[in-house]
Design a protein around this ligand. Structure first.
Ligand code: UDP
Length: 426
């Protein structure tokens, strides 16, 4: 028998204030958001996703929903609560939609639809707009049946070259949405009606605990407490333990670079997300691989590495790595750039758009390229500094939370007015 599930209510208090962003993003954008919020006064919006912690979607919603509420918009955030079997299925869907091979079984379909159906039954349907994030709850719209709300499927992953079986299974559930949002044009799922498709890039919150400015001595103390020698160089990758983030490749690149820079240290800071059963296996592999290396550290949210510590690691590292092979957006890149850190990254998904013009050579898919760039930037701190400063400004202009909220509200306003729309962000 398939297990019972529930949808958990997850509302956020309006503890933030839009005025605090004015000095960062300028008055024009804040005024525009305030006008949109007035137009949408009283509108009820419900975001639905599958995890409240770990990963970019939870990070985004934990900031976006309170900011919307601070503007008087009645936004809520609800979680689909699945079972280990369900999250096993949805992780395979996630991988398959990003192009991994997969043979879809009848049992997987049944588990997926059962959890979506049971969850939908428990959802308060009295909203004007539902924003359903990623594949996990994508069948909600069908499961809820006839409903007066406008429905948006917000896809955060690259579905441009999906596994055909999984895509064919999901398409009927997706094509009944009123709008579908991808991070970039290139990610659009083949076969979805393009009239309904919009493109909006994610963003980071510069005022969150993860991104707010911190005193340098505090950051140094945090990493020293974690065992890092603060007199020697440090490179770090902050990521879920996910094969697409290539932590093994990071370890190899660090080892190659260490031949040239013997004092080099590596920190792999990784969260285990609530909807990511694969993470445990990869964490075990990473821990095994680094067990004999006193200069390679592995930290997780399970050992108390939270937003503040991530902030400190990103600030106190000499270089941040994001060696992704496939990526939706990669919030960690903007987070590090916001801290004026140089980032060496795989040229995957939404990562290149976050890079400032003139620094694209640090987008490299290979282990050797990553190692060479580590050595180069450590030997040329002037280049690292110029890169970090240009990157900070690029993120300030394109990838901060108010811009994302503006794009979302514009889409919602257009939908409620009866239109389809295409929003081009950044
Ligand atoms: N993150 C974290 N602790 C960790 C690892 C990651 O808080 O140990 C956060 C990270 O700072 C970022 C998010 O999780 O805000 C990851 O988002 P991203 O878009 O980079 O990747 P995703 O996990 O969504 O694929």
């Amino acid at each position: 028998m398939l297990p019972k599930v529930s949808v958990h209510r997850f509302c956020c208090a309006p503890f933030t204030n839009v005025e605090n962003y004015r000095r960062l993003v300028g008055s024009e954008l804040i005024d525009e958001i305030e006008r949109l919020a007035r137009d949408l006064h009283g509108v009820r919006i419900c975001h639905v996703n599958s995890t409240g912690f770990g990963g970019g979607v939870a990070e985004l919603l934990s900031r976006l929903v309170p900011l919307a509420r601070a503007l008087g918009i009645r936004a809520d955030w609800r979680l689909i609560q699945g079972t280990p079997e369900f999250f096993g299925v949805t992780k395979s869907f996630h991988n398959a939609l990003q192009g991994a091979p997969h043979t879809l079984s009848e049992l997987e379909k049944a588990i997926y639809l059962h959890i979506n159906g049971e969850s939908a039954k428990q959802l308060d349907a009295d909203y004007d707009v539902f924003v359903v994030h990623d594949p996990q709850p994508a069948a909600f719209r069908a499961a809820l049946g006839p409903n007066r709300a406008k429905w948006i499927w917000r896809c955060h992953i690259d579905t441009s070259a999906p596994n055909h079986e999984v895509a064919a299974f999901l398409l009927p559930y997706l094509s009944i949405y009123d709008a579908v949002v991808f991070t970039m044009k290139e990610f659009a799922l083949p076969g979805l009606d393009a009239k309904l498709t919009s493109f909006i890039a994610p963003a980071i919150d510069p005022l969150s605990t993860k991104n707010m400015s911190l005193p340098e001595d505090l950051c140094t103390a945090v990493i020293a407490n974690a065992g890092i020698d603060t007199n020697r160089p440090l490179v770090a990758q902050v990521s879920r333990f996910d094969p697409w983030k290539d932590p093994m490749g990071v370890i190899e690149a660090y080892r190659l670079a260490k031949k040239e820079v013997p004092g080099l240290q590596l920190a792999l800071v990784g969260a285990i997300a609530g909807d990511d059963p694969e993470g445990w296996q990869l964490l075990a592999l990473v821990e095994k691989e680094t067990a004999d290396d006193d200069d390679a550290y592995v930290f997780t949210n399970l050992a108390g590495v939270g937003s503040m510590e991530v902030n400190a690691f990103q600030r106190a590292s000499d270089i941040v790595i994001q060696k992704s092979i496939r990526e939706g957006f990669g919030l960690v890149v903007s987070e590090s750039f916001w801290k004026s850190k140089p980032v060496i990254a795989g040229p995957a998904g939404g990562i290149p758009m976050q890079f400032p013009i003139g620094f694209e050579r640090y987008l490299t898919p290979s282990i050797e390229g990553c190692a060479t760039s580590i050595v180069e930037l450590l030997r040329h701190p002037d280049r690292a500094e110029a890169f970090g400063l240009a990157a900070h400004d690029h993120v300030r202009r394109h990838f901060l939370l108010p811009r994302l909220l503006r794009d979302d509200l514009l889409l919602i306003k257009t939908l409620l007015a009866g239109g389809g729309s295409v929003v081009h962000a950044a």
